[in-house]
Design a protein around this ligand. Sequence first.
Ligand SMILES: Cc1cc2nc3c(=O)[nH]c(=O)nc-3n(C[C@H](O)[C@H](O)[C@H](O)COP(=O)(O)O)c2cc1C
Length: 182
Amino acid sequence: MTAPKIGFLCASLREGSINQQLQTALMRRFKAAGAKASKIDLNKFELPLYHGDLNTPGTVKKLIRKMKSYDGIVIITPEYNGSLPPLLKNAIDWTSTVSTDHIKGPVYGIASCTPGPMSGIMCMRQLQFILTRLGGEVIPNQVGCGHAAKAFDAKGNLIAQPAATFADTMRNAMLERIARKA
Ligand SMILES: Cc1cc2nc3c(=O)[nH]c(=O)nc-3n(C[C@H](O)[C@H](O)[C@H](O)COP(=O)(O)O)c2cc1C
């Protein structure tokens, strides 16, 4: 059996992002279970803010093609005011004007990391709703990681509980679902 191909899309591009830290830790965990893990780097797709009068930039189709190429996609996102950051919503909105194949194809996992205790729970809930609304299959076990400053060891491994257990539960559910689809 070929290794499942999992894409990791982080919705914070800033240097020092705690969600990028979580992305790195999750990629390691998936690789440890035999998956092929790689990043979907939104920096490479430079999408303007969606406006109905704009022509669709070529980067939208490029992003759709990239996302469609995966068996599974893990979205790791910060929470902004109890919701999705504009970077992520903009990418979903732009791509949805062209196709939903990249949402309907891969199995989705959701993760979020916050400096405070709440672990992005409101944002994850909304993201699950949006992906499902577009016809996506989302693993119900999400990875909420609060108190980010204490969540990782010196090597960047996710050590905090219950986040580490959530990560394994989501990973296992995602890989099992992908294996059943194959
Ligand atoms: C506009 C804005 C809104 C935010 N709203 C929330 C929020 O609703 N809940 C929360 O836990 N943190 C909130 N934060 C704090 C972020 O969780 C924090 O900045 C986090 O480090 C962002 O993720 P990153 O480090 O991956 O960029 C907000 C930050 C910004 C800039």
